[in-house]
Design a binder for this molecule. Structure first.
Ligand code: PNS
Length: 163
């Protein structure tokens, strides 16, 4: 049976920290879906279409990996993709509380689904989509942490001039 995994998230936008997890996860499974959450309750900077376009461009060239989206309960989506592995990145101890709550609830509702936590390269320990948006909006350059498409989309979104 092929090992199918889903790596879900808001990806608002995808960073090199997320990409590092995608690369690690793709080596552990036969097929990986990077699933962009389409959650109308949460306010996102980028639309689901924009977030998917950024993920699609960023993961180009990574083997057996594709972008996907989901609405509603993540576990239902994972089941519908015939996946049995749920990938989440763990940057630091501060991520654990939320991640353990989610993993425990998913285990309770979907006992056949295994959450696998992967640790990104230490360069990305303190990287997050929100911090990247905050500093970019204020004119800082953090290109080393972002796929080129994201740099372009952020500049366009925040109406920043190329320097
Ligand atoms: O990148 P994020 O914002 O940490 O991703 C969180 C996400 C989208 C994976 C999580 O909020 C989620 O799974 N939402 C879908 C609703 C759901 O299934 N919630 C219960 C999980 S126990």
């Amino acid at each position: 049976m092929p090992r199918i995994a889903v790596y879900p998230g808001s990806f608002d936008p995808i960073t090199n920290g997320h990409l590092d997890i995608v690369r690690r996860a793709s080596r552990l499974c036969d097929h990986l879906y990077v699933a962009v959450a389409d959650n109308s309750v949460k306010h996102h900077t980028f639309s689901v279409g924009e977030r998917m376009a950024m993920v699609r461009a960023a993961i180009r060239g990574i083997p057996h990996c594709e972008v996907d989206t989901f609405h509603g309960l993540l576990g239902e989506h994972v089941k519908s993709m015939k996946a049995t592995i749920l990938i989440r990145g763990l940057r630091a101890v501060s991520d654990m509380d939320y991640e353990f709550q989610m993993a425990s609830m998913n285990r309770r509702i979907y006992p056949d689904l295994e959450t696998v936590f992967l640790m990104p390269d230490e360069r990305y320990t303190y990287l997050s989509s929100s911090i990247v948006k905050d500093v970019t909006r204020m004119g800082a350059h953090v290109e080393e942490y972002l796929p080129p498409i994201v740099v372009r989309m952020l500049r366009r979104k925040f109406k920043l001039r190329k320097v």
